[in-house]
Design a protein around this ligand. Structure first.
Ligand code: MLT
Length: 410
């Protein structure tokens, strides 16, 4: 038999959100009469915007005629979308990003995993603790994580986040090569201010490190001193890759489209000491292993850059932010510790009574009929927390919170 990638043996048996989904499905099967409100995975519930739907229909019609049919597209994305991203997401915010720094993809998760292909297996990797589990699992699969000893991967550097540091970790006290940062943060819902992110960019500039900046939740940022793009920080174009997604911004979790920015100014070294642009490597990787996001999805994404599309993004994220605010307020009122939920769709909750994450998950599911994501699935520092999302409907969010309030009143 074939020898397989042994790193899979080291991984937890199932991916966090698959495990949560399985447990919710088991509960529903055992209690068919109970309504379960999903507040676990960050999947959106509102439909695509009318301007996107129109663009999708038009794109489908184009594909129906020989004159306007599109086969393989550019692996990096169509220029109509790359140009719109460079202009509206960056230039209009005073950031210079070239269209050819931008690689359109089928979403942030794939790119976050695939970026490991262009990095040496020897890179020392730092992750926030807690963190979106994809960063750790990808590095386990790639062989950079070492062994799991007492809930910690031996070769990873953990950037510990807790209420004492407002979930904003300190700089590592050793030299690391790759740092995964995500703001507004998944799972804690905490956003970062410019002067705080500048410390990380300066660290990376001083140490020759690469920051992989997951900016999937930037459309929820409302405070003006809070970062949407790492390229707002001077020098970041020399040290950072930014990964973005239309999933939460515009309801593309099913349609699939996102992009990754790899500026030409970002350089790396081959083992022989020769310098190379990371853009060159990522382009080579993508042209080899990816045939581009679908034409239809890219047409849908381009519609987001119209006046109507941009207004819809604002209205849509305001809606989910309001849900997050309701969740945050409710948990605080009933005496739980609750964080995030401002500039972010995620609320990070602890009972503060020593309950562990899976007990809280079970309590909310069984007693109140809503699902959460156990914080321990995001790392050891997540133990004792659960994450809730504002991505359900207003009606369901209010219903779930009313059930809680009812039980905790008096
Ligand atoms: C989450 O719930 O953390 C995300 O929705 C998962 C994902 O984007 O893959």
């Amino acid at each position: 038999m074939i020898e397989v990638n042994d790193n899979f043996r080291l991984l937890p048996v199932s991916y966090l959100f698959s495990e949560v989904g399985r447990r919710v499905a088991d509960f529903k099967a055992a209690h068919p009469d109970r309504e379960v409100i999903r507040m676990d995975i960050g999947d959106v519930t509102r439909p695509l915007f009318p301007c996107v739907i129109k663009a999708l229909h038009e794109a489908a019609d184009e594909l129906a005629c020989p004159e306007s049919f599109h086969g393989y597209g550019p692996e990096q994305g169509y220029s109509f979308l790359r140009d719109a991203i460079a202009r509206y997401d960056y230039a209009e915010n005073g950031i210079h990003i070239e269209a050819n720094d931008i690689f359109v993809s089928d979403g942030a998760k794939s790119d976050l995993g695939n970026l490991g292909d262009i990095l040496s297996r020897k890179c020392k990797v730092a992750v926030m603790n807690p963190a979106y589990p994809v960063y750790v699992d990808d590095n386990v699969i790639d062989g950079r994580a070492g062994e799991l000893i007492e809930n910690h991967w031996s070769n990873l550097v953990y950037l510990e986040c807790d209420p004492e540091n407002n979930f904003l970790p300190s700089l590592p006290d050793e030299k690391v090569d790759v740092i995964y940062l995500c703001f507004p943060n998944n799972p804690t819902g905490v956003a970062i201010k410019k002067e705080q992110l500048k410390l990380w960019v300066d660290y990376a500039l001083a140490n020759g490190s690469l920051i992989i900046y997951d900016s999937a939740y930037e459309s929820f940022v409302r405070d003006t001193d809070t970062v949407k793009s790492i390229y707002e920080i001077p020098g970041a174009e020399k040290v950072a890759i930014e990964v973005r997604s239309y999933s939460k911004t515009a309801g593309f979790t099913g349609l699939r489209c996102g992009y990754t920015v790899v500026p030409h100014t970002l350089k790396g070294l081959y083992a022989n000491g020769a310098e190379v642009e990371l853009n060159t490597l990522w382009n080579r990787r993508q042209t080899t292993k990816f045939n581009g996001a679908s034409y239809v999805a890219q047409k849908g994404a381009a519609a987001l850059y119209t006046e109507e599309g941009r207004a819809s993004i604002r209205e849509n994220s305001d809606y989910y932010l309001k849900n997050a605010a309701i969740i945050l307020k409710t948990f605080k009122e009933i005496g739980f510790k609750a964080f995030g939920g401002e500039n972010s769709p995620y609320v990070w909750v602890s009972a503060g009574d020593g309950s562990d994450s899976w007990s809280l998950f079970n309590r909310f599911l069984q007693d109140f009929g809503f699902s959460t994501t156990p914080g321990s699935g995001f790392g050891s520092k997540g133990e004792g927390y659960v994450r809730l999302t504002g991505f359900n409907s207003r009606e369901n969010t209010v219903k779930a919170m009313e059930r809680l309030k009812e039980a905790y009143k008096g």
